[in-house]
Write a protein that binds this ligand. Sequence first.
Ligand code: ZN
Ligand code: ZN
Length: 73
Amino acid sequence: MNKVCPVCNKLQNVTYTCSHCKGTMVDKGRVQDYTDPYAGQFPINDDEDYCVHLYQCLNCNEMERKSVSKIEI
Ligand SMILES: [Zn+2]
Ligand SMILES: [Zn+2]
């Protein structure tokens, strides 16, 4: 059994609700794929159970890190 990130592997379209305006947040890629200004704020930890993605609100453009639960395939 293998755990993979459903977002990285395009298995599921995972969206979140913006904590500021309740708008829809969409995936902007893995945090690892970004450097400035997001790199270095937190240690990058490719966790066994989570994949950390950057999500951006379509309404207010707020960006947040989200831990996407990996799924077993
Ligand atoms: Zn991922
Ligand atoms: Zn928003």
